[in-house]
Design a binder for this molecule. Sequence first.
Ligand SMILES: Cc1cc2nc3c(=O)[nH]c(=O)nc-3n(C[C@H](O)[C@H](O)[C@H](O)COP(=O)(O)OP(=O)(O)OC[C@H]3O[C@@H](n4cnc5c(N)ncnc54)[C@H](O)[C@@H]3O)c2cc1C
Length: 826
Amino acid sequence: MASSASMMMGAGSTLRGLLRKQGITPASVLGQVKRNLNLSQGLRMKENTPSMDSSCFKIVSPSVLEIPIQDQQGLLKSLYVGVHAPVSSQRPGNGGLRLWSYDTEEDAVAECAELSRGMSLKHSIYNTGFGGAKLVANAKSLTDVPSICKQKLMEDVAKALHSLQGSVYTGCDMNTNFDDMRYLNELCPYVLASLDSTIDANRSTAHGVVGSAVEAARILLGGHKGKRFLVVGTGKVGTHVSELLSSLGCRVSCHDVDPSRADIPGCENVSHQDWWLAPHDVLVPCCSSGIITHAAAAHLRESGETKCVVGATNIPFASDEALQELVGKGDVVFVPDMLSSAGAVLADSIEHFSKEEYESARDNEVYAFVQTLTRDKTTEYLDRTQSSQGSSARPMAVLATVHEDKSGLPVGKKFTTFVNGEESQYDVVVVGGGMAGTAASYYLSKLAPDLKVAVLEAGEIADPSGSSYGESRMYRRMYSDEYFSVMQSKALDLWRDVERESGLSLLKENGLLFYGETDTGETVEGSIPGAAEIMSKLNIPHEYFDHHEKMDAKWPMRSVPGYEGVYEASAGSINSSLACRAMMDLAQDAAGHDLFTNTSVLDLGIPSPGDVRITCADGKLFRSNKVVLAAGAWTNSILGHLDAELDLELWAMHWGHYRVDPELKHKYPQWFCFRKEVPDLWDGGLYYGFPCEGDESVIKVGIDFCPDHPEFRMRDMADYVRRPNDKIVKLIDDFVRENWVGVGERVDMYSSPYTCTRDQYFVLDRLPSHEEVTLFTGGCGRAFKFAPLLGKLLAEKTLGMAPSHDIAPFSAARECVQWPKVKAMA
Ligand SMILES: Cc1cc2nc3c(=O)[nH]c(=O)nc-3n(C[C@H](O)[C@H](O)[C@H](O)COP(=O)(O)OP(=O)(O)OC[C@H]3O[C@@H](n4cnc5c(N)ncnc54)[C@H](O)[C@@H]3O)c2cc1C
């Protein structure tokens, strides 16, 4: 195996050679510059541009002009402007200002020419409306760079750009930053660096890379979800790329020479090893050029893991030999960086050609557009690669064929149509496809069938990462709180409608036994005496067990002396995943609601009343008048975009399945056990179980308590630990085997989130600060049983109708759900 040192070398030396191989022949040099800038005629611009000062320039190569510089005590040797493709004030050259040190002036000139040629290709692939340009400042040495007076440099650049009168624009590149550009912009207007907006070139680039990478995964691997992406280099671009890929459900590994930078939530840091050893399907270089040396390429080939290379790095291959080593056999595809890493120039195109829209747009709308563009261009590129045999080994030749028609509109001008597109306009957008989102959609389809409604779900309907996934949720009127008992009666009527309309059997009347200690006081699930009292008051039929032996005689249990119980025969379980699917299907069938799964909302903005703008991680854009926010445990991450936050605590709740004696298979009831907590053991005392479903001799068991520890209680799903905790698993193992007869091995164990409020009531209301937003959250481990009623109430609230049930206890304005941001707004 090659050493890491040999794999890392050779980055810069081949940059030139590779650019030459990109299929762009150097145009007839001086003539090009003369043609573009009309230098031969007394340095006058083309017809419609005024004159400029010829003393500013010296022509040093066919496409490069040298600009006079002020004295910097020898620290700065020279400054060049490279102009490749035909440029004019209508189609200006655009390329960053790079401050670097070159061995010779020839090297600096050559780099300037080649980079401007590279920019030319990037611009023409997308028809950005720009031509290729680049500015290169040559420092005496790299160590001198910090000592160079940037102000003087910017003054020199400004003078040159003024003289070119709008034919060349610039922005940041290596060793130049926003402060430099801000100063430059004070001196001349020919700067494209998002100075007056919060749009970030690194984020633009990252979104472009993600659009390209995800599309490549779709075409080459059948999809991106669950596929392994290795991001090499987690600087500003790589970090955003990793976060975005992770939010799209990819398995992301991160590598950086500074390992601490590769600690990104939801991703695995693999910096402890050489990057090429980390398993991956898609390699995403976001580091310096030439990372893929010949030896690294040979290793990747041998491992046979890499299917595709697509990233942000300019020229990721150290040599043409390295490129051929990896892609030469045609089974690994390289999406050239000219295509995938074009996000920043695409944003420039919007900034220049759709100035007004750019200034009023939300940042994420710009990023979404960028993502759409790189995605579409990747489709086109890969179509061409796949349609001609052997072409995947000649990426640059294929790339040369995907140019846009320059006679068409510059791509930035299409931003307006993208943002205002009719297809993305809805009356109501529902965010979240769990219980609340699907129920809301179902009732919107009943109460307002003519509305155009979209449901956006980050994963699948009743996604396993959320709170609604699984085969069973308890329904019961057996509550210590009369309010919930009455609510259940109403909800049961509506459940019957769902079953009838869908033709599915969703509810199963198992009966439910509350049993255990009678002196627990009121727990999160009530208490045995409390429930018995309310059922008596409301005339709900029930049976009371005043002695533990009476229960042991009826069910295969070993209850403790002193335990008592109360049984509600009319309680049972709801097939939760199936119920969500059923409600969604009904909404789609009845009112044509559009469902977008694997569509994660990245941004929610309401710039003016009734103008809800939603952008998604995959670049989809939605506009609506109203939004139903039903994102469960993720509510606050979305509310944050509206500068709001509720006081919600997320609990990691364990549940799993156990084998039981087949002889006893039909004997287990649905049960809930109340015991006092033993904090030292992390034992909250509340356990529950469901009878066997279907043919399997397997019962489901879970807990209804959550130790007061950061591993189990958090405010942000980014901190959620999915892996079940061994200590909690052992508590459940011990409980179920000690307390129930015939229980054998554990089959599986999961952890799913509860979203809890301090008073254990839900939040179902309009957001106080934005009446366009109706939200449901804070299900507190008990909301499923009420699903159709909650959906009806959400729909009524959204449509401005009077609620058909008293929802005052669920107010978003109540004190106990206020968090500083909400309080501050009130
Ligand atoms: C283990 C467990 C047991 C339970 N037992 C019972 C019970 O017996 N009886 C009972 O009545 N209740 C029970 N509950 C509670 C009940 O299941 C929940 O209250 C209910 O399912 C919550 O539904 P939801 O729609 O609010 O949240 P979720 O089901 O979590 O739905 C939220 C959805 O939003 C999506 N989302 C998040 N962020 C985004 C984004 N940015 N863009 C797009 N989509 C996004 C998520 O992927 C998710 O699918 C239990 C809950 C759990 C976890």
